[in-house]
Ligand binder design. Structure first.
Ligand SMILES: Cc1cc2nc3c(=O)[nH]c(=O)nc-3n(C[C@H](O)[C@H](O)[C@H](O)COP(=O)(O)OP(=O)(O)OC[C@H]3O[C@@H](n4cnc5c(N)ncnc54)[C@H](O)[C@@H]3O)c2cc1C
Length: 387
């Protein structure tokens, strides 16, 4: 049994519209492969993903939370949630706007000048410019405000020296939005500035990092006397920390990943039932593990429902969103583990189980580590003292 929340009349109509859009427009290659996941199948489907992105953009849904006057869909949180839920249930990719729509677009809308809005927003919506996020550094991840990459004002430019790391997609990106230190003497949150940098500018060097799975998803990016015009600064100098925390009222339930892991589990169960190297008969003990994972998948969905129902009531989820992230990411690792158990020795050769296993490692690091989420839940959720 799969649990769902009941929709009111308007929500039910909206859900129907989303569903019929997916049915009529989503490329068959995506619907068929939807729950198969894994980077190999992803790269095999890049053409179909591009086609799907164009259709979603033409429908006007690429930036669900942006206001209409900037080309967004101005959806309510409930509408965004339903759309994300339906995309995930159908196995078609959501969040197609990437960093551009999710991160830098809302920041420019909120803090950018008219010239910056004019220059960047349409290109983000059309997917003409690929953005990457330059926040983390070798010595600044969880404690991001301790970042050290320096920008020094020189006439109409800033001159940047330093290094970023774990920069997803930097090798393909045209632009980076980044945080730099402009006042080393100020308290750490107050000496940071937010800049937009052309990735082709002289002095920018991108070095891809090979992940455990063999893929090259992220990079080191080096800056040597890179000149960035002052007009590329978002907000005031030394106020970048506050600019960087901007988001529009977007849906924070992680429903896509909660459903994604359940579908992954369903896919593993199908394989196990179909016999062969991953059959139940070879691995009778894994049945109980399947039961545990299935229950967890339902719990993950309930945690997502809790977050979105808070947002719909105008509340801002905090430790509740951390609970979602923590639970879903750790669950995805348990499911990857189960998949490896099921395949036994075959799991050690490079197949979907081993790919998924290696990729799942990063889920408890990206977007805030497990320990950091636990800290938030302990202090803000349970009211325990810091430290
Ligand atoms: C797949 C992936 C994609 C990423 N993409 C990007 C990107 O595009 N741009 C970007 O800027 N960054 C990106 N990152 C970096 C990511 O934001 C950082 O890895 C993350 O913030 C953790 O920082 P760190 O790696 O420096 O680890 P650290 O912060 O050094 O943590 C090391 C260990 O110490 C623990 N720890 C740290 N602080 C505490 C604390 N207060 N309490 C308890 N334990 C603590 C951590 O949980 C962890 O186990 C990406 C990371 C991954 C895995």
């Amino acid at each position: 049994m799969v649990i769902t929340l009941s929709d009111n009349e308007r929500e039910a109509t909206w859900r129907k519209e989303v569903r019929s859009f997916i049915d009529s427009e989503a490329p068959a290659a995506l619907k068929a492969a939807g729950d198969e996941g894994g980077e190999n199948s992803l790269f095999g489907r890049l053409g179909a993903i591009k086609e799907w992105r164009e259709k979603v953009a033409a429908k006007g849904w690429i930036a669900p939370s942006w206001p209409k006057r900037f080309g967004g869909a101005d959806m309510t949180v409930a509408e965004q949630f339903i759309m994300n839920e339906e995309f995930a249930e159908s196995g078609v990719p959501g969040n197609l706007g990437g960093f551009g729509v999710m991160m830098i677009g809302p920041t420019i809308i909120e803090h950018g000048t008219e010239e910056q809005k004019e220059e960047h927003l349409t290109k983000i919506l059309k997917g003409e410019v690929i953005w990457c996020q330059g926040y983390s550094e070798p010595g600044a991840g969880s404690d991001l405000a301790s970042l050290q990459t320096r920008a020094v004002r020189d006439g109409d430019d800033y001159v940047i020296n330093g290094q970023k790391i774990w920069t997803t997609g930097a090798q393909f990106a045209d632009m980076m939005y980044m945080l730099v230190r402009t006042d080393p003497d100020a308290p750490k949150h107050r000496g940071i500035t937010y800049l937009l940098v052309n990735m082709k500018a002289p002095g920018v060097t991108v070095r891809p990092l090979t992940m455990l799975s063999g893929a090259q998803g992220f990079n080191e990016v080096f800056f040597e006397d890179v000149r960035v015009p002052v007009k590329n600064r978002i907000g005031e100098e030394n106020r970048g920390w506050y600019v960087g925390t901007t988001t529009l009222d977007f849906e924070r339930s992680s429903i896509g990943s909660a459903i994604g892991v359940r579908k992954q589990l369903e896919s593993i169960i199908r394989q196990a039932k179909s016999g062969g190297e991953a059959s139940f008969s070879r691995n009778p003990n894994v049945k109980r593990e399947f039961a545990d994972r299935w229950i967890e998948a339902e719990v993950a969905k309930m945690l997502s429902y809790r977050v979105v129902s808070m947002q719909v009531r105008g509340q801002i989820p905090n430790h509740e969103a951390s609970m979602c992230k923590l639970f879903s990411s750790e669950m995805s690792q348990r499911i990857a583990n189960l998949s490896m158990h099921l395949f036994g020795m075959h799991g050690n050769v490079r197949n979907r189980a081993s790919n998924g296993y290696m990729q799942a490692v990063s889920s408890t690091i990206a977007g805030g580590t497990t320990e950091v989420q636990k800290g938030i839940i302990a202090t803000r959720g349970l009211g325990l003292p810091r430290g």
